[in-house]
Write a protein that binds this ligand. Structure first.
Ligand code: SF4
Ligand code: SF4
Length: 294
């Protein structure tokens, strides 16, 4: 059985062009890669990949207290111990505010009357699909305001890995989440190579440095693309110096081009509307595979 190699696209912040890059690479890779959209808080690769669902299932995680008001004697103990202000009496009925509730379970522990039980709430939906290129596509949708996205990312990745092994697919392309939080850590776990998509702004540079510190703990190979480099050449040069001093190879510098946005508005990747970018991304894909195979 093939052990697939994972390529994770990260940026440290939103708006750098990470998903445009990941989608274009996915289109070029065709059936050579299983695709995983781990940006579950704002999943949007499906817009380009136009998936047909094979499996759709609900995703449940965490803890939510359920009150039996017939058993509750209104002693207020649970309200007093809740640090998150998630329990309130309303017309003599005890109510749980599911947005504030952090699922610590302390309220259930202190109730001596068996008036609090719990459920594992549904947080979102998971899908395994076939993309328009004929590759498997593992993705999900987190419910509005729901947390536990790290666990949903772990599910998206685990399912991508399973289907890659079963279908003898050599690579997994992962669109990681922005930032440096739990979803990013879940995206990175098991990564063989990370492509950092950098944006030449001061906030982009700052967030790139932060995410790099997280990436280094996982010890994958790392390369970097400086996207829209000509919008601020000075910062782009600083980023280039920084990544070279950190022994990270520069995959390419891409100029700002309205064609990326135009392609997205047509629900396409840029490689589907331009031979220039098609050839560039074929080159990136070959370089990435070479690095992983050698
Ligand atoms: S601790 Fe139990 S009995 Fe007391 S208010 Fe809470 S739910 Fe009601
Ligand atoms: S589970 Fe924790 S956060 Fe939620 S209501 Fe109970 S005590 Fe408050």
């Amino acid at each position: 059985m093939i052990k697939p190699k994972e390529i994770v696209i990260l940026s440290g912040k939103g708006g750098t062009g990470k998903t445009s890059f990941a989608s274009s690479l996915a289109v070029i890779a065709e059936k050579e890669a299983v695709i995983a959209d781990c940006d579950v808080d704002a999943a949007n690769m499906h817009i380009v990949l136009k998936p047909k669902n094979i499996i759709k299932e609900s995703f449940s995680s965490g803890y939510l207290p359920v009150i039996d008001n017939d058993k509750c004697i209104k002693c207020n103990r649970c309200v007093d111990v809740c640090r998150f202000d998630a329990l309130h009496f309303n017309d003599r009925l005890l109510i749980v505010d599911s947005i504030n509730c952090e699922g610590c379970g302390y309220c259930q522990k202190v109730c001596n009357y068996g008036a609090i039980t719990s459920v594992v709430p549904q947080r979102g939906e998971y899908y395994l699909s076939m993309s328009k290129m004929g590759s498997y596509f593992s993705h999900a949708k987190l419910g509005i305001g729901e947390d536990n996205s790290g666990k949903l990312v772990a599910k998206v990745k685990a399912e991508a890995k399973k289907i890659a092994e079963r279908s003898n697919t050599r690579f997994i392309i992962v669109d990681g989440a922005p930032g440096i939080g739990c979803p990013v850590v879940s995206s990175l776990s098991g990564a063989h190579l990370v492509v950092l998509v950098a944006e030449p702004t001061m906030s982009g540079f700052h967030d790139l440095k932060r995410v790099l510190e997280v990436i280094k703990r996982f010890n994958p190979q790392i390369c970097c693309v400086i996207n829209k480099h000509n919008i601020n050449s000075k910062v782009a040069e600083e980023i280039e110096r920084y990544i070279i001093s950190n022994n990270i190879s520069l995959l390419d510098k891409i100029e700002f081009d309205p064609l990326f946005a135009k392609a997205m508005m047509e629900s396409k990747s840029v490689v589907e509307v331009s031979d220039l970018y098609k050839n560039k991304f074929i080159n990136y894909w070959e370089k990435i595979k070479y690095r992983l195979d050698n």
